[in-house]
Design a protein around this ligand. Sequence first.
Ligand SMILES: *[C@@H]1O[C@H](CO)[C@@H](O)[C@H](O)[C@H]1NC(C)=O
Ligand SMILES: *[C@@H]1O[C@H](CO)[C@@H](O)[C@H](O)[C@H]1NC(C)=O
Ligand SMILES: [Zn+2]
Length: 220
Amino acid sequence: MLYPLSILSLLLLALIHLTHGANYIPFEPKDTISFETRAYWMRRANAALAELNSPCPFTAFGTVIVNHTATSDEYPHGKLVCMSVNQNQQKGNPTLHGEISGINNCSDILTDPKGEYKLSPQETLQAWKTLSLYTNAEPCPMCASAIRWSGFAECIYGTSIDTLVEKGWSQISLSSEDVFEESEGLPSKTSNFPCPSGCSRAAKSGYCEAVVAQQGKSEL
Ligand SMILES: *[C@@H]1O[C@H](CO)[C@@H](O)[C@H](O)[C@H]1NC(C)=O
Ligand SMILES: *[C@@H]1O[C@H](CO)[C@@H](O)[C@H](O)[C@H]1NC(C)=O
Ligand SMILES: [Zn+2]
């Protein structure tokens, strides 16, 4: 009896392992937004630096928050709700990374009684779940946590924390992937950086990498 049982438990273990792997995927549903649109907003996050601060900012981190449901002839890439940049140097407030500034700015804009949206605080708390946050660099643990507490539908970032560290930026060495994974207890879900078509998420690092065909040829 022992022998078949152990085979069964091995099979069960394999199954648990497979399902666990699959559980990871709902955070990255198939990306229905075109690469062109993703690139448009990432460029907008970069352009926010010169628009809101300086073309040579000390901290070159910009964020745009987008309503992709509002895609129309007028807004073919979706509608910008607000943008912001890292304001540590201007304000002396170390929490004002681009993403936190963006969340602060959008909440001011969404709740402004004289503004376009005029949402109540309760409506604003619900609104985040329908919005996408673009940031030109991977959110640090502080920002990744704020993004998860907000419950954004998606977070799309440009370069990785590892690259920032390579370039000499001081960083807390915890990936946004890890923060997202540890925040599964929160009611909302945020899809972390859907990879553009032609790329897939590397199992080990969690970063998007170009899909390379079996023969070693790029599919791009
Ligand atoms: C996003 O766009 C949709 C469609 O236009 C709209 O119904 C919704 O209120 C918008 N969300 C926000 C937060 O403005
Ligand atoms: C907030 O976003 C709006 C709209 O994108 C922009 O005009 C404004 O300069 C931003 N303010 C800050 C403080 O980033
Ligand atoms: Zn940050």
